[in-house]
Design a protein around this ligand. Structure first.
Ligand SMILES: [Zn+2]
Length: 245
């Protein structure tokens, strides 16, 4: 689904727009001058369908060069292996995410807990994926006319990164699960979720400028995207946790 110039939503599940598999997070394609950049990869069961739908939107999947992962949770990272297999793209992630995704450690990515809680079917299988490049907080990748900077945003999970994308004429935040529309956050009863860290990460995201706001689930914003961080800060300033999705 084309949502703006050089910006497409290619997967979105039951917490979002119901474009693809119900388990999928929001997966975005951003056009750099040298090819398309993919942000997150979904839960893995709709990769082929998503790739097959792209030509109708004018996208040649072969021109997707790079996949950035926000964190290791299966709804974001499980599709990486199939994407890499189909496209030969470069997978970029933080060191902690990379270790979990490359080993397919289902306990570390909280898939075991999520499956036991009924969030994933009993027969859901995670495919490990090698990560080609590690990115750390503050690192910037320059890809054609596009700069992608990693922002460490732990809390929802210990390994979480958001990405600030700077292109001529626009600034975009890929927020992953660190912040959602309306200032909501993603609190879960898993080993590495931390409310104080969620609040610190919200404060960080409120310190950047961006017009376009692309969260990992739910609605996105094409204008005034910073207002979602400001809404969350209303709670954080009182040492309260913003409401969770
Ligand atoms: Zn998550």
């Amino acid at each position: 689904m084309r949502i703006a110039e050089r910006l497409h939503l290619v997967m979105s599940g039951g917490l979002g727009m119901d474009l693809t598999d119900p388990l999928d997070c929001n997966v975005y394609l951003v056009g750099a001058s040298t090819g398309w950049l993919l942000f997150d990869a979904g839960a893995g069961r709709s990769v082929d369908a998503a790739l097959e739908a792209m030509p109708a939107e004018g996208i040649d999947p072969a021109s997707i060069t790079t996949l950035f992962l926000t964190h290791g949770h299966a709804d974001h990272s499980a599709g990486a292996a199939r994407m890499r297999e189909r496209l030969g793209l470069k997978v970029i992630a933080g060191a902690a995410t990379a270790a979990m995704v490359a080993s397919g450690d289902e306990d570390a990515i909280s898939l075991t807990a999520a499956r036991e809680a009924g969030g994933y079917p009993a027969d859901y299988a995670y495919r490990a994926c090698p990560v080609g490049q590690i990115i750390a907080d503050g690192d910037t990748q320059r890809i054609g006319d596009t700069r992608v900077t990693a922002i460490a945003t732990p809390g929802h999970s210990h390994d979480h990164l958001a990405f600030l994308i700077e292109q001529p004429g626009r600034r975009v935040l890929v927020a992953g699960d660190a912040l959602f529309h309306g200032g909501r956050v993603g609190v879960q009863n898993v080993y590495d979720c931390s409310v104080p860290e969620i609040c610190r990460s919200v404060r960080r995201l409120a310190g950047f400028d961006y017009e376009i706001f692309l969260p990992g689930h739910g609605p996105f914003s094409l204008r005034d995207g910073r207002r979602h961080a400001d809404a969350a800060m209303e709670h954080v300033r009182r040492n309260a946790c913003p409401p969770s999705i």
